[in-house]
Design a protein around this ligand. Structure first.
Ligand code: AKG
Ligand code: FE2
Length: 327
């Protein structure tokens, strides 16, 4: 049972000896098993870059709703879940979530062969604003690509913690489905409607999430006593949490822990999750040959499409429910 979110210093993993790396990996493995959430410090992503990304997020969301709706996720020409999601459109809380978002992912050409010939519909270009000079360069070229690099290092730590070669996941993450979101939460009253949270209780869908929070609290993590533990922002850290694909892959060795957001801080809140998934066609099945699999194997991209179909209102015509079942 945890009552606070542990902090892990990633510096020795990035810059230390093999022994240091294994030591950090072991700490991470234990926390992924017991909590599923941790703060990561000394990750080498400069705080000045993170600050600039928040400035761009503020600039994006400060636009009129008409301007933002030009990039509506449901009108994205590539139909790959990129673009703007208005308030109340996502349904993690029953009356809709009190947040708006902008989603992007790995920039691949519209005629990428996996997309055109093999139905990897989550691949393709992003849906960028044309009226915000410098937005794309800061958000994608600088921040997103740095976070993909960091994500690969976190995967190395996961592999070592599971007694696998450090590059075990690499061959399944060559065109990784890494989705980044800019999120903006208005402030809600202290006495709030339980059916309308900033982000209703959920687990994340991908392998893991690297989350930057602005200074405002709001994120809460559910422990196994049913208590909500605050993940109060700690400057210059990311919150890392395990998602459902990793829980399946590790046969429950790593926990995908429920969390939610309620922004009663009195001011607007911004956050930037980066959800790290493997290649669209990666088969997610029990990593260990010595265990009885608890989950049926899934193709990562198809699994994610099912989860997105369940969450986004714009996808709910012709949607199928997700293959989230246990065996
Ligand atoms: O905004 C946050 O702090 C967390 C958001 C979140 O949990 C999500 O987008 O999955
Ligand atoms: Fe989440």
């Amino acid at each position: 049972m945890f009552t606070q979110i542990p902090l892990i210093d990633f510096g020795p993993f990035l810059h230390g000896t093999d022994e240091d790396r294994q030591h950090v990996a072991d700490q991470i493995g234990e926390v992924c098993h017991n909590v599923g959430f941790f703060y990561l410090s000394n990750h080498d992503v400069p705080s000045s870059l993170v600050e600039r990304v928040y400035k761009e997020a503020e600039r994006f969301f400060a636009q009129s709703i008409e301007e933002k709706m030009k990039l509506y996720i449901g009108s994205c020409p590539y139909k790959n879940n990129r673009g703007y999601t208005p308030m109340l459109e996502e349904k993690l809380s029953p009356k809709g979530d009190l947040k708006e978002g902008f989603d992007l992912a790995m920039e691949l050409p519209a005629d990428d062969q996996d997309r055109t010939d093999r139905d990897a519909t989550l691949y393709g270009p992003n849906f960028w604003p044309e009226n915000l000079p410098g937005f794309r360069e800061c958000i994608y070229d600088e921040y997103y690509l740095s976070m993909v690099v960091l994500g690969h290092r976190v995967l190395e730590a996961f592999a070592l913690s599971l007694h696998l070669p450090f590059d075990y996941f690499k061959s399944m993450c060559r065109k990784p489905m890494v989705t980044m979101r800019l999120l903006h939460y208005p402030s809600q009253p202290i006495v709030y409607d339980e059916d309308q949270l900033g982000c209703g209780a959920h687990t994340d869908y991908e392998c893991f999430t690297l989350l930057s929070q602005s200074n405002q609290s709001g994120l809460q993590v559910l422990n196994n006593q049913g208590q909500w533990v605050n993940a109060t922002p700690i400057p210059n850290t990311f919150v890392v949490n395990i998602g459902d694909l990793m829980q399946r892959w590790t046969n429950d060795q790593f926990k995908s822990t429920t969390h939610r957001v309620i922004n009663t801080s009195g001011t607007e809140r911004y956050s930037i999750p980066v959800f790290f998934g493997p290649d669209f066609f990666a088969e997610i099945k029990c990593l260990s040959k010595d265990q009885i699999p608890k989950y049926e194997p899934v193709v990562a991209g198809k699994y994610l499409i099912g989860r997105f179909d369940d969450t986004y209102q714009y996808r709910q015509t012709n949607s199928q429910s997700s293959p989230n079942s246990t065996l």
